[in-house]
Unconditional design. Structure first.
Length: 301
């Protein structure tokens, strides 16, 4: 791995470790049965998982995002940077377009990765010691889904992932660009690190808010079929049935957990990036304010 790839992986890993428990809670709330709900809300879900499944229950499925970090980061940073250069000018609109292009391309890896993560997060719900383990780990999960359903199976939820990720990445990079311009990111600024942390955290929140309803649909589609029961024929069928059974609030399921996670995940990512860049700058004369190419978008963390 090059220095930049190393930074991308370490910063992304820091974000995953901080944010994965929140993601597990989000997924559980998004897909739980409305007629027989296991959890009353975000904090009750946290408490229940720890009590019933131990603290390790919050980290179910973490292997999947960890495995995909390097590949996703390489795609995102390469596509975003090259698209921005091809567009010619570093404007807010071009930041949005470059980010959207990066979001669209990385769905190839993101969708199977999140499918495995979701299936692992739902495995053994409410069981302190799992009686039955369908999947040993994230890779085993993908292999078994492929053996049973083929390529179509491991790409379940691809369209909904694409609809979510494309504008989400666009808003992320746009917000980050606008925030850092507004706050000022100068190498000699003694407050540059807090400014970068705040910009990244707010960018994560905006990106999630921009497409959150589609994330609920994606989770439901990827969880569909667990236990042998299939409920949805596609995106619109899932939207109709979800709205009919639970009303508009269904599209905000797990939002509290997501927003609680968005800021610290990006803060952890930015902090790690900044420390590495400061170290590299002392060795290679890299400007302290250069974390832009290595920012990790939070949707896959």
């Amino acid at each position: 791995l090059s220095n930049n790839h190393g930074i991308c992986f370490v910063s992304g890993a820091a974000g995953v470790l901080v944010g994965h428990p929140f993601d597990t809670v989000k997924v559980r709330l998004q897909v739980q049965n409305v007629e027989k709900p296991l959890y009353r809300g975000t904090f009750h879900c946290f408490q229940s998982i720890i009590k019933q499944e131990s603290a390790f229950g919050l980290y179910k499925g973490i292997g999947s995002p960890m495995m995909g970090l390097t590949f996703i980061n390489a795609l995102v940073f390469g596509v975003q940077g090259n698209t921005l250069r091809a567009l010619g000018k570093d404007t807010p609109l071009n930041q949005f377009l470059a980010g959207s292009a990066a979001g669209a391309i990385q769905c190839i890896i993101c969708c199977p990765m999140e499918l495995a993560k979701t299936r692992m997060q739902l495995q053994g719900t409410g069981e302190y010691k799992q009686k039955t383990k369908n999947y040993k780990n994230s890779l085993d999960c993908l292999i078994k889904i492929y053996q049973k359903e083929g390529l179509r199976g491991i790409n379940r939820g691809m369209v909904s992932t694409f609809i979510r990720e494309t504008p989400s990445f666009g808003f992320y990079f746009l917000t980050y660009d606008c925030m850092t311009r507004y706050l000022g990111c100068e190498a000699e600024d003694s407050y540059v690190i807090p400014k970068l942390l705040f910009s990244g955290g707010m960018s994560g929140i905006v990106s999630w808010l921009s497409t959150y309803p589609m994330d609920v649909i994606k989770s439901r589609l990827q969880a569909d079929g667990v236990g042998g029961v299939t409920q949805y024929k596609g995106i619109m069928d899932c939207v109709r049935k979800s709205y009919h059974e639970e009303g508009w609030r269904v599209f905000t399921r797990g939002l509290t957990s997501t927003l609680l996670r968005a800021f610290p995940v990006n803060a952890a990512t930015f902090a790690t990036v900044t420390v590495f860049l400061m170290y590299m700058r002392s060795e290679d004369n890299i400007p302290e304010c250069e974390p832009d190419p290595v920012i990790h978008q939070p949707s896959t963390l």
